[in-house]
Design a binder for this molecule. Structure first.
Ligand code: FO1
Length: 312
């Protein structure tokens, strides 16, 4: 049994690689919900959905999110009615948000609503939100305090980032099963996700960081930074705003208290000695995943590393 801490696109690629190589029923994926947003009265959980669609084999790998082959008729109509449509929700994706929102309105928790989606989509892995409580990642820029999706999608991450904070994090409790999954797994993987806005909110939920420190399972992190730049997205801007060095070493420093093994790309192998001095065991492999074959290869390497290091 393997537990993963996941953001969006980078995590989805790794999850896809792992399920190509191992039984998905043995996976628990704990997802960031700091990116969740309310639009048109609907509760949208982008990172949860990216993982669900990946596990249901319906993720759009060209975009990295949304449903493969989706259409956008609903959004076009909403635009005619005068709504903003910068967040590109496809028609099939819209149904996911409608169902989740109706479940929440019936008094279900977010975890229960997600579980209903999971079973309807035929997903065998467990997919848990980090918390049932609302957490909202906010990015402070010279042009205002923005919701993460306003910064990321609407503004195309062009804005200067002054700081990042997680609204509601102090009152967020881990969703049922989250702590147990970390403590009882044979291995925990921190996916190659943005360490500030994807892993940051998860690690900020009460008890999760402690569980990662306390678990007997090996905790492995995979660097989302290769050659001093993120594989995708604005991690460099967000890390710089935190005062972190934008490199695999910078990520390792931010995660050192919760990480036993750190996987870096071959292009960063000269950083291995510096990362080792943090007390973390470094493993070097090809980590950039551009197609299904790469995803499968990294999935295999991660499983092989876990097997050789811990006999899993
Ligand atoms: N990302 C974009 O860059 N542009 C979009 O219009 C967009 C829409 C969208 C709709 C549903 C969904 O589940 C995800 C969507 N994403 C979009 C991705 C999302 O903003 C990010 O991948 C994550 O929040 C970051 O992990």
């Amino acid at each position: 049994v393997i537990t993963l801490l996941a953001g969006g696109t980078g995590a989805a690629k790794l999850v896809d690689g792992l399920v190509q190589e191992t039984d998905s029923a043995g996976l628990t994926v704990i997802c960031n919900t700091g990116d969740d947003i309310n639009l048109y009265g609907l509760h949208i959980s982008p990172d949860i959905d990216t993982i669900l669609y990946t596990l249901a084999r319906m993720n759009d790998w060209e975009k990295g999110w949304g449903v493969k082959g989706d259409s956008f008729f609903c959004l076009e109509s909403l635009k005619r009615f005068g709504y903003e449509t910068w967040f590109r929700i496809g028609d099939r994706d819209m149904a996911t948000h409608i169902h989740r929102t109706l479940e929440l309105r019936r008094g279900r928790t977010l975890a229960e609503a997600i579980d209903s989606l999971r079973s309807a989509l035929g997903v065998k892995a467990r997919v848990l939100p980090m918390s049932n409580d609302p957490v909202e990642t906010r990015v402070v820029t010279p042009n205002g305090d923005l919701h993460f999706q306003e910064f990321f999608v609407r503004e195309g991450w062009k804005e200067v980032v002054d700081s990042v904070y997680f609204r509601g994090i102090d009152d967020a409790r881990p969703a049922p099963g989250v702590i147990a999954a970390i403590l009882e797994s044979q291995a925990v993987i921190l996916c190659p996700s943005n360490p500030v806005t994807s892993l940051g909110p998860i690690l900020g939920v009460l008890g999760i960081r402690e569980a990662l420190r306390d678990t007997c399972a090996p905790v492995m992190a995979i660097s989302p930074i290769v050659g001093g730049a993120p594989v995708s997205g604005p991690a460099h801007k967000l890390m710089a705003a935190k005062g972190w060095e934008v490199s695999s070493l910078g990520v390792a420093k931010a995660l050192r208290d919760v990480t036993d093994f750190f996987v870096i790309d071959t292009r960063d192998q000269e950083m291995a000695p510096a990362i080792s001095t943090l007390g973390i065991k470094v493993l070097v492999t090809e980590t950039v995943m551009t197609n299904g074959e790469d995803r499968k290869k990294l999935g295999r390497s991660i499983l092989d590393i876990l097997k050789s290091e811990q006999g899993i």
